[in-house]
Design a protein around this ligand. Structure first.
Ligand SMILES: Nc1ncnc2c1ncn2[C@@H]1O[C@H](COP(=O)(O)OP(=O)(O)OP(=O)(O)O)[C@@H](O)[C@H]1O
Ligand SMILES: [Mg+2]
Length: 314
């Protein structure tokens, strides 16, 4: 006898099934570390992977907290995908996020005609993730309201979603349904995370990586021709380190180190060079590193010291 598919499940598979896909979960931390590097070009320690996996085994959500551009979003997304063997859903938070946007909503015209029932119900990512047994990355959780955070915790605590209008309770199917939150506590105009929230999560602190790790990341992410040689790479590493200590508002993350290397590489390519010259690096510098008017002077000063040449704006 063939199984009759639940109408909500059917909708979820139809809308999201292909996007989420289905592969083999990777639950061994050392294999995950290798794949993170080879497949995702991410340098992640085995300790970090083990903590995240241990949290998942205990049904706990994970909070990635740290400065901008340190890999929180990309690492979160990749780890959820490896753990579940399926693509995760990403929820980029804002104040206006609520259960209608993440669990489900009703089509207004159809609901008027046919009522608030399964036919007029439109499933959204959080419910879809639970049904498809995959992860959810809740990006920039501090931008969401406290009610929203509490709603998510309730879902994770009980591993179920209630939709009162349908008089239905959906339950998690397997261990693939997990959550990672990202947050940058230094970002201005954001909400505090409540004690109730913090009590439940496993917190992983992100920071600017040590020089040797940032060097590996640059080698992994800025490769090919025009070649970024060791000495030019060394200048990038030194300049971003100094800028982080210089007390500027917009500190460069690893993201900016990579962006700077790539911009310099493109400038070198436009000039028909096969290697990145100091000149290319200097030319790209201000546009990538000075993001606020207040920072311009200090950034230019630090860059001049490290690169040994004058840098110009635009
Ligand atoms: N560990 C890492 N391995 C490889 N690349 C990294 C790593 N950390 C940072 N990067 C670089 O930084 C970029 C941005 O990372 P990501 O957007 O995940 O950072 P984030 O911490 O979420 O930043 P934000 O707080 O601005 O959202 C990546 O595309 C990559 O170039
Ligand atoms: Mg991010």
């Amino acid at each position: 006898m063939s199984k009759v598919l639940d109408p909500i499940e059917e909708k979820v598979y139809k809308i999201y099934g292909d996007v989420v896909g289905s592969g083999r979960p990777v639950r061994d931390p050392s294999t995950a570390v290798k794949l993170l590097e080879e497949r995702y070009k991410l340098v992640v320690s085995e300790t970090m992977v083990s903590i995240v996996y241990a949290a998942f085994m205990n049904g706990r959500p994970v909070l990635f907290e740290g400065p901008p551009g340190t890999g929180k979003t990309e690492i979160g997304e990749a780890l959820l995908e490896l753990w579940a063997g399926k693509k995760p859903f990403i929820l980029p938070c804002s104040e206006t996020y609520d259960e209608y946007k993440v669990i489900g909503d009703f089509h207004p015209v159809m609901a008027m005609k046919k009522g608030f029932n399964e036919e007029s119900f439109i499933p959204r990512p959080l419910l879809a993730a639970l049904i498809l047994d995959t992860g959810v990355l809740v990006d920039e959780i501090r931008r969401s309201s406290e009610e929203f955070q509490n709603m998510l915790l309730d879902v994770i605590d009980k591993r179920r979603i209630v939709v009162p209008e349908l008089r239905r309770v959906f339950r998690a199917r397997g261990p693939g349904f997990q959550m990672i939150f990202t947050s940058n506590p230094e970002d201005i105009a954001q909400n505090e995370l409540s004690d109730a929230f913090l009590r439940r999560v496993v917190r992983v602190r992100f920071d600017y990586p040590p020089r040797s790790v940032e060097e590996r990341i640059l080698k992994l992410r800025v490769n090919g021709e025009p070649v970024l040689g060791d000495s030019v790479r060394g200048l990038i590493l030194e300049a971003v380190r100094r800028l982080r200590e210089a007390g500027i508002t917009h500190k460069p993350g690893t993201a900016e180190a990579v962006a700077w290397g790539r911009m310099a590489q493109s400038i070198a390519r436009l000039r028909g060079r096969t290697f990145v010259a100091l000149e290319d690096l200097a030319e790209a510098a201000m546009s990538v590193l000075a993001k606020r008017v207040d920072d311009e002077e200090v950034v230019a000063e630090v860059l001049k010291e490290v690169l040994g040449v004058e840098v110009l704006q635009g």
